[in-house]
Design a protein around this ligand. Structure first.
Ligand code: CA
Length: 250
C-alpha cells in the first residue's frame, strides 16, 4: 500500500512538474529556425508549440494559455503585426517577443508600438534569446505599490487596470508600459537609465550587455499616451546623459 502511495505521489509530482514548465508558442514559418528554437527551448526545460502558419498561430495565441509567444513577422496567413495587434486587443499582459530582421528599424518600431514586449534581431544567438525568455518569465507582476498615478492635473492612471485618462481621452496601457511608469513613479527623485530599466522592468541581467532599442521605443509610446505633445514632454522627460525621469507636476 505504502509503495503504491509512493508511486502515486511521484506520478503526481511528475505531473505537477510538467504543468509547471513554462509553455512557449513559436510562430515562425522558417522550418530551420522553428525546429532549432524548439529543440533549444525544450533542452532548457520549456514546453514548446511550434506553428508555421500565421492564421493557425493567431488561433493558438488567442487561447491565452501560453506563458510567452515568440513571433516572426513575415508569415503566410496573418502577419506577425496582425497577430500582435489581435492579442493586445484582448490581452495586455501576454508576454510577446518578436523575431525581426536585424536591419529593419521600421519593423521594430511597428512591432513594439503594437505592444510586443521586446524584439530579437535575426540572426540571433539562441543563448541571448534564452536569457531574455528567462527574464520575461520571471518578471515580477507588480513593481510599484501605487494604484493611482497622477500627473499634473490632466493625467490619471489606474495601474491595476492598465487604464487611464488624459483630459477627456481614454488611455490604455500594456503591462510592460505600466511597469515602466510604475518604476519611474517609485523613483521620481532621480533620472533612470536605460540599463536600469532593462534590469528592473525587463529583468535583464545588468552584465548581459543587451543591445536593444526597446526602452526608447516604449518611452516614445508612453509619451504619445500621457503627453499633450509627445515631442515636448512635460511628464516623462529625458535627462541628457542620465536617462528618463517622471515629473508628477508639469
Ligand atoms: Ca518568416
Amino acid at each position: 500500500m505504502r509503495r503504491i502511495l509512493l508511486a502515486f505521489g511521484q506520478d503526481l509530482l511528475a505531473l505537477f512538474r510538467v504543468s509547471k514548465q513554462p509553455h512557449i508558442l513559436i510562430i515562425e514559418d522558417e522550418a530551420a529556425i522553428r525546429t532549432g528554437l524548439t529543440d533549444a527551448l525544450v533542452y532548457h526545460g520549456y514546453r514548446v508549440d511550434g506553428v508555421a502558419d500565421g492564421n493557425q498561430g493567431l488561433g493558438k495565441a488567442l487561447t491565452g494559455k501560453f506563458d510567452l509567444i515568440l513571433l516572426d513577422l513575415m508569415l503566410p496567413g496573418a502577419s506577425g503585426f496582425e497577430i500582435c495587434d489581435a492579442i493586445r486587443k484582448v490581452d495586455r499582459e501576454q508576454p510577446i517577443i518578436m523575431l525581426t530582421a536585424k536591419t529593419s528599424d521600421e519593423d521594430i518600431i511597428t512591432g513594439l508600438s503594437l505592444g510586443a514586449d521586446d524584439y530579437v534581431g535575426k540572426p540571433f544567438s539562441v543563448a541571448e534569446l534564452v536569457l531574455r525568455i528567462k527574464a520575461v518569465l520571471r518578471r515580477a507582476r507588480t513593481i510599484g505599490a501605487a494604484q493611482t498615478i497622477e500627473l499634473g492635473n490632466d493625467v490619471t492612471i489606474d495601474t491595476q487596470n492598465l487604464r487611464g485618462t488624459r483630459g477627456l481621452e481614454e488611455l490604455v496601457f500594456t503591462r510592460r508600459e505600466m511597469d515602466i511608469l510604475e518604476y519611474l513613479h517609485v523613483h521620481t527623485e532621480r533620472p533612470i537609465s536605460r540599463d536600469e530599466l532593462l534590469n528592473k522592468v525587463w529583468g535583464y541581467d545588468r552584465n548581459a550587455a543587451i543591445e536593444t532599442r526597446t526602452v526608447d521605443i516604449h518611452v516614445a509610446k508612453l509619451r504619445r499616451k500621457i503627453e499633450a505633445d509627445a515631442k515636448t514632454p512635460r511628464y516623462l522627460i529625458t535627462v541628457r546623459g542620465a536617462g528618463y525621469r517622471l515629473m508628477t507636476e508639469s
